[in-house]
Design a protein around this ligand. Sequence first.
Ligand SMILES: *Cc1c(COP(=O)(O)O)cnc(C)c1O
Length: 397
Amino acid sequence: MNFDRSGVDALMEITKRPELVFVHGQGSWLEDHNGKRYLDFIQGWAVNSLGHCPPEVVKAIDEQAGQLINPSPAFYNRPSMELAKRLTGASCFDRIFFANSGAEANEGAIKLARKFGRVRRNGAYKIITFDHSFHGRTLATMSASGKPGWDTIFAPQVEGFPKADLNDIDSVRALIDAQTVAIMLEPVQGEAGVIPATVEFMQALRKLADEHGLLLIVDEVQTGMGRCGKLFAYELSEVTPDIMTLGKGIGGGVPLAALCAREEVSVFDHGDQGGTYNGNPLMTAAGVAVFDALTAPGFMDAVNDRADQLSEGLLALSRKWGMKGERGNGLLRALMLDRDDGPAIVDAARDWAPEGMLLNAPRPSLLRFMPALNVTADEVDTMLARLDEVITHVRRG
Ligand SMILES: *Cc1c(COP(=O)(O)O)cnc(C)c1O
């Protein structure tokens, strides 16, 4: 069956897409318009924490859709209260604001920090962020991001985001002035190529922030909700941040994100923050189902077992092919290639017959893996064996 192009030209062109349409998904597997199956180690960019169409999330959405979809954020709804209670109970945070995307949650974090600066820190507003960081695609979050080129595309930027170097505490200290209100970082830089902040660095940041009365903001849109082997990645370094944002995995695939803050920092007045869809029961019901699955007994143990298996398998591939090792936390991992054939490997893996495989190369010299958190041991083995075949094909022709 050929690819039916109808509708393609009606979509705004924002990225290069392969000529296939996915029509069905189950667990770690996707199926395209020709019935070809793909082993999915991208999962919507670390979004489908429980894989495609997990029964508990499908059931939660189905039941909620039949009851109440959106009474408006001007009123309470039960699923949003349930999810907020779960998140505050499992973290160091006291207050949750639900958003619809990671970028929107980060916008909220930036606004909250600036409001805190205005009411508590004599108008301080600068937020120190990091080179190569990624915080989203709104104007403020693009300005906060340290992606090369992003400082000019939509110039002028939102000002007030000086950039430091990850894992270099002196570079952070050097940027602090009377206008600084916060430091914001991803505990593992995802889009930059899975670069973890070290435990020592996270702890030094907390100390530095305390010395200067600054807020520590962790963008856990990619690292949170079990992705890094703990419910939240900040737990890996045992620091207590002041603000955290969640997105991606929190909704198991549906648009849901969260801004989490400690009580002392929750300084929004009525009218400062809001949004038509925020905290709607349809999405937060999905979030409750995801949360309960992640926190069920044994679930995170299995995540860490699969993480060890994936890590060892990637290391073995690296040794076999003379690559540069692997890194990451939990099920957010990268294989560092010895040359820039990441995109060729990604294309060959997708086009592999009879079954394809979905991988991601955020940089040409690196492959990123972000499978479903409930990926099976067999699926990890299958991916590793096929990746070896694909590399053989790409490198030996
Ligand atoms: C994906 C991502 C975002 C943006 O989330 P969207 O839902 O795409 O707006 C922000 N921060 C990090 C760390 C991310 O990985």
